[in-house]
Design a protein around this ligand. Structure first.
Ligand code: AMP
Length: 176
C-alpha cells in the first residue's frame, strides 16, 4: 500500500450520497507528508523537459506551486470561470450534475512549451481534459500529468493516456 494512503482522510457520502470523498488536506497539513509527497513528484519529473507547471484550481495550486518551485520553472493558473482578469481561453466540461468551465489567460503559454498538468485527483478526467484542451488552445503541449490519487474505474487516467499523456499518480482507490 502506498505510504500516502495513511494520510488521506475518506469522507463517505460527501458531497453526495455514494461518493467517497478523498480529502488530501490532511496531507497538506502534515510536516512529513507534504514535503515528502512534493519530493516524490519532483524526483519523477526532474529529468524530463518540463517548461512550466499548470495547476488546476484549487488543490492543484497547492501541489503545482511547490513542484514548479522545486523544478525551477514558472506556474500557470487554470482557474474556474470568471476569476482571471485578462482575456482568456475557456473550456466547458461536464460534472456529475451539469456543466462547469475552466479558463486560462490567452498569453499564459509560450508557443510549443511543454506543460505539466497537476491536480489532486483524477476521476472521470473531465477536469484534466478541459485543462489539456486549454493548454493546447494557448499554444502549449502536454507530455505529462500528475495527481496524488487515481480512481481508475472512472477511466480518466486511461482517457489521458489514450490522448498521449503520461499519468503519474501516488495512490489508487477502487470505486467512486
Ligand atoms: P474528474 O473531472 O471527474 O476527473 O474529477 C476530478 C476533480 O474533481 C478533481 O479536481 C478532484 O478534486 C474532484 N474530485 C472528483 N472525485 C473526487 C473524490 N472522490 N474525492 C475528492 N475529490 C474528487
Amino acid at each position: 500500500m502506498s505510504w500516502i494512503k495513511e494520510y488521506v482522510r475518506t469522507i463517505p457520502d460527501y458531497p453526495h450520497e455514494g461518493i467517497m470523498f478523498r480529502d488530501v488536506t490532511t496531507i497538506f497539513e502534515s510536516d512529513e507528508a507534504y514535503p515528502r509527497m512534493i519530493n516524490e513528484f519532483v524526483d519523477h519529473f526532474k529529468d524530463k523537459k518540463i517548461d512550466k507547471v499548470a495547476g488546476i484550481e484549487a488543490r492543484g495550486f497547492i501541489l503545482g506551486g511547490a513542484i514548479a518551485h522545486m523544478l525551477g520553472v514558472g506556474f500557470i493558473t487554470v482557474r474556474k470561470q470568471g476569476k482571471l482578469p485578462r482575456d482568456t481561453h475557456r473550456e466547458e466540461y461536464t460534472l456529475e450534475y451539469g456543466q462547469d468551465a475552466l479558463e486560462i489567460h490567452l498569453d499564459a503559454i509560450n508557443e510549443g512549451d511543454n506543460i505539466l498538468i497537476v491536480d489532486d485527483l483524477i476521476a472521470t478526467g473531465g477536469t484534466a481534459v478541459a485543462a489539456l484542451n486549454l493548454i493546447k488552445k494557448a499554444g502549449g503541449q502536454v507530455s505529462d500529468t500528475c495527481f496524488i490519487i487515481d480512481l481508475p474505474e472512472l477511466m480518466g487516467s486511461k482517457i489521458l493516456r489514450d490522448m498521449g499523456c503520461d499519468v503519474f499518480t501516488l495512490a489508487e482507490y477502487e470505486g467512486l
